[in-house]
Design a protein around this ligand. Structure first.
Ligand code: NCD
Length: 324
């Protein structure tokens, strides 16, 4: 793989994106086995450094490292020397000095993993930086879509290599604050899909015209005929005041419920990166796949482990040869 770090989808070459997705597919088999460990990264160490809350992303990186036989160490930032005023630079340099082989980093500032990558001789993986990008989330979403049947297209979407041409993907909700939306727009459009951002004007990115997506400010029109409806959380931790009247009103107008989904393709797949606010951006029966459309939300989480195994494996190299 040409890549030394995985910092954004926008900067990642086509060939590397495809290689990660294809490698993730072979790891899907590994995590389906009763014994999930392969010796690929034995003796190597992955450090996860999360300056923001996380359940899925952090756990799946840790499990991915462990399933590859690497050691995984998590830095609990709230209990680390960061609280004593240590800079990002000194923190990441310390990780290299204690002989970590890869750093997985989440930060509230866009660009923080780029900064770390510039200072380190070991691979850095961006696990979400501010509202900028979340490359592994987009990759796991793309693998999930790749696996899913797209009935309107009359075929699996590119059985051998991912080819999403003809696929309509509606990304609904708080796009402005969503790194997931940005990474997905870059990735899914690159694979051939038509990407639509759907949401209130106050929650659309100011630079939407620079992103490979069309903007829709009417929920039903935006969802119309979509093969995939990807719902986003209202990211209040990144919102300035005054963007929305109330969560209740948001839910009434923008919540993805059974009636809104009626506009989508009859076999549309519902996705959400989690964590969900049930009853706000997504109705509980939609989230649970009980509203007439399949929900891929748990499959996304599971594919997260396989995708992160692929990223660690490809970036850290294998000393053990072909171990799949
Ligand atoms: C997302 C994130 O942190 O960007 N969650 C995730 O990684 N699964 C989305 C979110 O927080 O809403």
């Amino acid at each position: 793989m040409a890549l030394r770090h995985l910092l954004s989808i926008e900067e990642t070459e086509d060939a590397d994106v495809r290689l990660i997705m294809e490698t993730a597919r072979s790891f899907q088999d590994v995590i389906g086995r009763p014994v999930k460990k392969v010796p690929a990264l034995r003796g190597r160490t992955v450090v996860t450094l999360f300056y923001e809350a996380s359940t899925r992303t952090r756990t799946s990186f840790e499990l991915a490292a462990k399933y590859l036989s690497a050691d995984a160490v998590n830095i609990a930032v709230a209990q680390s020397s960061v609280t004593k005023g240590e800079s990002l630079k000194d923190t990441v340099r310390t990780l290299e000095a204690v002989t970590a082989d890869c750093v997985v980093m989440r930060h509230s500032s866009s660009g923080a993993p780029h900064l770390a990558a510039g200072m380190l001789g070991i691979p850095v993986i961006n696990a979400g930086d501010g509202r900028h990008e979340h490359p592994t989330q987009a990759l796991l979403d793309a693998v999930t879509i790749w696996d899913a049947w797209a009935p309107g297209l009359g075929k699996k979407v590119g059985v051998d290599a991912p080819d999403f041409s003809g696929l309509r993907v509606a990304i609904v909700g708080d796009v402005a604050h969503s790194r997931v939306a940005r990474s997905n727009a870059w990735l899914l459009s690159r694979l051939g899909a038509e990407v639509r951002f759907v949401g209130p004007t106050t929650l659309m990115p100011a630079d939407a015209s620079l992103l490979p997506a069309t903007v829709h400010s009417d929920l039903r029109a935006g969802i119309e005929g979509a093969h995939v409806v990807m719902v986003l959380r209202l990211q209040t931790e990144r919102q300035e005041a005054g963007l929305l009247p109330t969560a209740r009103e948001y839910s009434r107008i923008w919540g993805v419920n059974r009636s809104a989904l009626a506009a989508a393709h009859p076999d549309a797949l519902v996705m959400h990166p989690g964590p969900m606010n049930r009853g706000v951006e997504i109705a509980p029966d939609v989230a649970d796949g009980l509203a007439g459309h399949a929900s891929a939300i748990e499959t996304q989480v599971r594919n997260g482990v396989a995708v992160r195994m692929a990223c660690l494996y490809l970036l850290m190299g294998s000393a053990a040869g072909d171990v799949l």
